[in-house]
Ligand binder design. Structure first.
Ligand code: 6PG
Length: 257
């Protein structure tokens, strides 16, 4: 997809339908990646919205169809907490998906949010991602899939409005201080690695997200971080009807179900 091609927008009836379609799309990307490169590399999103999708992937038929033994799991962002903390994105993914499917433990790469030196954590994770994907120093790793959400203020991953990290052009992972966030110490993948992904899928639901979905999809000049993720690969927004309420029907890729 060219950098300025409009994103694909699929509007579904409910959060349940969102999880079903998202699981189908993840399976499709995973199968294609394994067929092409023998493995599937994915960065998971945190927050509440992806929970249903993660739980759906751990259920039939997806649990048996996914190439878990060829799957490498990363995280698009993390909070500055230990893995067993209720706000840990890794902890949420473990509870809803990773502990229920046969992904080898050494193919799950968490961000060590609890460590003392945030900048060292970010640099180490950048090296971990690059090493796992076998890319040379200075080369941007190309993940097959990145799952993302959108916050009410338009943030995505832990790229918050007004943050200096929005201007990052070299580092692939950064430590950020997000004063407005529930856990201010954050770690996030940056635009360089997000925009290098083969596919990005946004999962957004709920009427409270209608304004940010409109800002991100119908007002490309809004500048909200979620609008600035423009991968060279496929960009798909899976949005439930409530969150899509302010998106012009002309922008929606599939008929509203
Ligand atoms: C996080 C996520 C964040 C999330 C949005 C939406 O660590 O919180 O990376 O970017 O996707 O805040 O969160 P909800 O899905 O809970 O609305």
């Amino acid at each position: 997809m060219a950098m300025d091609a409009p994103p694909e927008i699929r509007v579904v009836d409910s959060p349940r339908a969102l999880a079903e379609l998202a699981a189908q799309e993840v399976l499709g990307v995973a199968r294609a990646a394994v067929a092409a490169r023998g493995r599937f590399t994915v960065a998971l999103s945190g927050g509440a919205t992806p929970r249903d999708t993660y739980q759906r992937l751990a259920q039939p038929p997806f649990a048996a169809q996914m190439p878990w033994d060829r799957t490498l799991v990363f995280f698009g962002d993390e909070r500055g907490v230990p893995p067993d903390h209720p706000d840990s994105n890794y902890g949420m993914a473990q509870a809803t998906l990773l502990s229920h499917v046969p992904i080898p433990a050494d193919q799950i790469f968490r961000i060590e949010g609890e460590a003392d030196d945030p900048d060292a954590v970010a640099a180490r994770y950048a090296r971990t991602v690059a090493g796992a994907l076998g890319v040379r120093r200075g080369e941007v790793p190309r993940l097959d899939l990145v799952l993302l959400g959108a916050g009410l203020d338009g943030h995505t991953a832990s790229l918050f409005p007004g943050s200096p990290v929005l201007k990052e052009t070299f580092r692939t992972v950064a430590a950020v201080h997000a004063a407005a966030a529930t856990i201010p110490q954050r770690f996030t993948m940056t635009y360089p690695i997000l925009n290098a992904a083969g596919c990005i899928i946004y999962l957004v639901s709920g009427a409270e997200k209608a304004k940010v979905v409109k800002a991100a999809l119908a007002d490309r000049t809004s500048g909200v971080p979620a609008a600035m993720v423009r991968p060279a690969g496929r960009l798909l927004w899976i949005v439930d009807r409530a969150a899509a309420a302010l998106v012009p029907a002309s922008l929606v890729s599939a008929p509203r179900s």
